[in-house]
Design a protein around this ligand. Structure first.
Ligand SMILES: [Zn+2]
Length: 272
């Protein structure tokens, strides 16, 4: 079977290690957000058991808090009416079922935690993040540290435990159909179009403005820049005096806002 891959993600881990160190909040000018009810999204973590060889439970809980706090900062800075909350964590035995890619990760996780994936299937605001240990990870740490496949699994992320705290929102951004900056994306699709790599049912999800932006010496969360500003691309935000988006090509804040509103409508429709 030839796989159609839309957002296999190549995050260079070291890019995010230095990201916050270089970010200067004094030079970030945000826009005034409209007063709007925020939709809650729930993130369920599933850690490979062997992570416990290197991390305590307390450290994992701190990591969840840190990742979600950064996600919520990025959403708030970008005026996206959505918040991330922890749905808790479970453990996954990769000892006899070592995933080799996104498909086998989903398959193995379904064998061990079918109820979580069923919930992700039923509830559009519930996401499952599988975190693999260094030993069981199939990622090449130098080039790829986390990935999504939104076309096939719209609520599922696989990550390496070595991924930095920015990786979570970057991946959740892909699940809202946000893309990398145009230069990075064109080098990755190599002459193909996103449309040609996406199922027919999802063609309308591809938006011309759904790209990251570069501004000053940095880039927005979906970019591949060494320094990351904690925002989605937006023509209404500047960093170091440079605009961090473009209404035609780089407005992921708009994309995420539209995603959040659609999500809220779906969640409200489910409520009694
Ligand atoms: Zn990516």
């Amino acid at each position: 079977m030839k796989l159609k891959v839309v957002s296999i993600c190549l995050i260079v881990g070291t890019a995010f290690v230095s990201a916050l160190l270089y970010f200067d909040s004094q030079k970030l000018v945000l826009s005034q957000c409209a007063d709007e009810e925020k939709v809650e999204t729930w993130v369920q973590f599933v850690f490979d058991y062997s992570i416990l060889n290197d991390f305590s439970i307390e450290a994992l809980e701190e990591r969840i808090d840190e990742d979600l706090a950064l996600s919520n900062l990025i959403l708030a800075n970008s005026c996206v009416p959505m918040i991330r909350k922890s749905a808790g964590y479970e453990f996954f035995d990769a000892h006899n079922a070592k995933p080799e890619d996104m498909l086998s990760s989903h398959y193995e996780l379904n064998l061990q935690h079918s109820s979580l994936l069923e919930r992700a299937y039923q509830e559009p605001n519930f996401y499952v993040v599988l975190v693999l240990s260094e030993d069981s990870s199939y990622f090449d740490f130098e080039y790829k540290i986390a990935e999504t496949w939104v076309d096939l699994f719209p609520n599922f992320v696989v990550s390496d435990v070595r991924a930095g705290p920015l990786a979570l929102e970057h991946e959740l951004g892909h699940l809202a159909w946000a893309q990398h900056d145009l230069e990075t994306l064109s080098s990755q699709v190599q002459g193909r179009t996103l449309e040609s790599m996406t199922a027919e049912d999802n063609q309308l999800q591809i938006k011309r403005y759904a790209h990251a932006a570069l501004c000053g010496d940095s880039g927005t969360i979906m970019s591949y820049e060494k320094n990351i500003v904690p925002i989605y691309s937006s023509p209404n935000i500047t960093y170091q005096g440079r605009v961090c988006g473009d209404a035609e090509s780089a407005d992921n804040a708009r994309l995420l806002t539209e995603y959040a509103r659609a999500l809220r409508a779906k969640v409200d429709a489910r409520s009694w």
